[in-house]
Write a protein that binds this ligand. Structure first.
Ligand code: PRX
Length: 639
């Protein structure tokens, strides 16, 4: 990028979707209340968050809402004592939620399990007691390397209940990635499964743990707890490995919930993003609990009758926040599906929605585009009219995919919440609310109590309509507290690039109405003849063409222009590639974005390289194109 970091804005999306009158009437937070919340949050953000905190139960009230004495090491609710599990489970047992479904789980082969709040409470207590009997104490780390099973959620909650710190590692990671995370966190216990089902195959997961624990720095692990899932043969190492079922059998269904300081760590979660370096993000009990509960309630308009399905794996932040913690904090029913979204065929999602009466579906642009590629005949085969709220997160949702999702899945009626946030932010930060006016492709505005801005390299706000760096200008309760073992790295990575603000690493623009549009990652911006252009805009323009299901764009060197764009395109079902199509796509980009964007070439590919979390790995495409080292490939999804 140039000196100022200014970005050219070329995409001009003008469609607007207003909330239906019925949505406004039924919304938990009506437009007047939203306006009031914004006013309060602007005048006194701490009062806004204090009000949110008071909706939860605390063992001791905080001395201050926020301690900003030592920035950027902000401390939320210091002096307050709580435990997120008390709010997510214990307190529901005394209310009408006691016998309500907390969790619905479906395995890939079609088996299903359900837990009421009471049943889940007892299961969590048993495993919490078991962890205590293994010698796990407050502050110790427990690694959770699991497929998406009820026991995954149980292990996380049980760990938090006794004040230990969970370190989830996505179950599809390699032994190397697992051992790095175990070594970094010095976990004492690993919770895993024998294996799991994925796309019709059985994956042997325990073998990966065995390999990971071969490395010397994994000596910290004294116990491996193994859940029976797929019936694969495993080697149980004596004195180290124990079956989950054997461990919990004799445990009591009640055990004490540890009293935690609000600022005590709840979990570590390593993020490698698309860049490759794993950092241990630290989240706490108090602030995180307040942040995820409030955002869940407001964005998804939670009602007592909801069945909430966030399709993320529990091993990612989206799963931590909106599969596990927030739904339970809100007393709603969370749904988990173990397997591949297209197994045994492309209607699996819709069949799950129809069978359980899912009311809110929170998913990713990758999955939306994938399902869109298979066409609307699949959702039409099922009655998905129970859906009332839609959500998206993880990558820019291009307007064409937005409109498809809204029309074909949401009947043109369901509010579609495109939520922007990060592992580091813990909770949704920019997002519409159900009563908002929606613009496809925009993540709307910062939520009440969140302050975001688009700035140049010096930290000066850029005028509306111009692109720049997306920063967060005030601390927020769900924020990471630090990087594990690396407080200096925390300050440097997020707070020192532009002094005084949190740098997200994304580029964005704000339009005349104050709506934010994410243009991609700052390190992926393409500079064509002095114009800085975000990858998301070019990709969105390509997706306007009916033949394009998905696109990834990278910059390649050019003698005259400095850089030009190269597109990698996945075609929609039944579309033919050819010279004509290349010409049409080039013309399409020119028409949508103007002559500035020189699309040099188009390659047709079967699929795009992605991280295991489903994000497009543009650096791999670029490296391939330039014949250079693609960097760390352990995050690459081989599927
Ligand atoms: O680039 C943004 C993109 O995902 C990044 C955060 O990734 P991660 O820490 O893995 O967390 C993902 C789930 C919270 C952001 O810096 N991102 C996330 N949501 C959006 C998005 N990009 C565009 N639109 C979004 N709604």
């Amino acid at each position: 990028m140039d000196d100022t970091g200014a970005l050219d804005v070329l995409l001009n999306e003008v469609r607007v979707f207003r909330p239906l009158p019925q949505t406004i009437i039924e919304a938990n937070v009506n437009p007047q209340e939203v306006t009031g919340a914004y006013r309060l949050a602007q005048e006194d953000p701490l009062a806004y968050w204090e009000e949110a905190a008071l909706e939860l139960e605390w063992f001791r009230k905080w001395d201050r809402v926020l301690d900003s004495d030592n920035p950027p090491f902000y401390r939320w609710f210091p002096g307050g004592q709580c435990n997120i599990v008390h709010n997510a489970l214990d307190r529901h047992i005394r209310t009408v939620n006691r016998n309500k479904l907390a969790l619905i789980w479906e395995g890939e082969p079609g088996d299903s399990r359900k837990f009421t709040y009471f049943e889940l409470y007892r299961a969590v207590n048993r495993f919490a007691g078991a962890l205590r009997s293994l010698g796990v104490r407050k502050g110790d780390r427990v690694a959770v390397f699991m497929p998406l099973l009820p026991e995954t959620l149980i292990a996380m909650l049980a760990t938090a209940k006794i004040g230990a710190v969970h370190v989830c590692v996505f179950g599809g990671f390699s032994a190397k990635a697992l051992s790095e995370r175990i070594c970094d966190s010095q976990a004492r216990v690993v919770v895993t499964a024998d294996g799991f089902y994925r796309n019709g195959k059985v994956i042997n997961q325990k073998a990966i743990v065995d390999e990971a624990l071969n490395s010397a720095c994994a000596d910290c692990v004294d116990t491996v707890v193994v859940v029976h899932r797929a019936g694969v043969d495993v080697d149980m190492v004596s004195a180290r490995d124990i079956w989950y079922e054997d461990l919990v059998r004799s445990e009591a269904p009640e055990t004490r919930t540890e009293v935690m300081e609000a600022t005590d760590p709840l979990f570590l979660l390593h993020t490698s993003g698309t860049s490759g370096r794993a950092k241990g993000i630290v989240h706490t009990h108090g602030g995180y609990m307040v942040g995820v509960a409030r955002t869940m309630n407001w964005i998804f308009d939670i009602k007592p009758t909801d069945i909430f399905w966030c399709t993320a794996d529990a091993g990612w932040i989206t799963g931590h926040s909106y599969v596990v913690y927030a739904p339970l904090l809100c007393g709603t029913t969370t749904l988990m599906y173990e397997g591949h979204p297209l197994y045994p065929q492309a209607d699996r999602l819709w069949s799950i929605v129809a069978r359980y009466g899912v009311t809110a579906l929170y998913t990713t642009p990758t999955l939306i585009r994938m399902l869109m590629r298979y066409g609307s005949q699949f959702p039409r085969q099922h009655d998905i009219s129970s859906l009332r709220m839609l959500g998206s997160v993880g990558e820019p949702l291009n307007p064409e995919a937005w409109v498809w999702f809204h029309r074909h899945i949401g009947r043109g009626e369901c509010p579609l919440m495109d939520t922007w946030w990060q592992t580091e932010t813990g909770m949704c930060m920019l997002s519409p609310l159900p009563v908002s006016v929606l613009k496809p492709g925009s993540v709307n505005k910062p939520l009440p109590g969140v302050e975001a801005e688009v700035v140049d390299r010096q930290g000066q706000p850029v005028p509306p309509g111009k692109g720049g760096f997306l920063v967060l200008t005030k601390p927020w309760p769900g924020m990471l507290q630090t990087l594990w073992n690396d407080p200096k790295g925390y300050a440097q990575a997020y707070w020192e690039k532009i002094p005084g603000v949190y740098v997200t690493g994304d580029v964005a623009r704000k339009d005349e109405d104050g709506y934010f549009w994410i243009q991609g990652r700052a390190d992926e911006v393409i500079n064509i003849a002095g114009h800085n252009i975000g990858t998301a805009e070019i990709e969105s323009a390509l997706c306007v063409h009916k033949a394009v299901a998905e696109a990834a764009v990278v910059g390649v060197p050019d003698k005259i222009k400095g850089e030009v764009a190269k597109a990698f395109v996945v075609l929609s079902e039944g579309r033919e590639l050819g010279e004509d199509l290349v010409r049409e796509l080039k013309a399409m980009v020119r028409r949508e974005l103007g002559p500035v964007v020189v699309l040099k070439s188009v390659a047709f590919v079967e699929s795009l390289p992605r991280t295991k979390a489903g994000k497009i790995l543009r650096r791999v495409l670029r490296a391939q194109e330039l014949g250079v080292d693609p960097g760390d490939l352990s995050v690459l999804d081989e599927e």
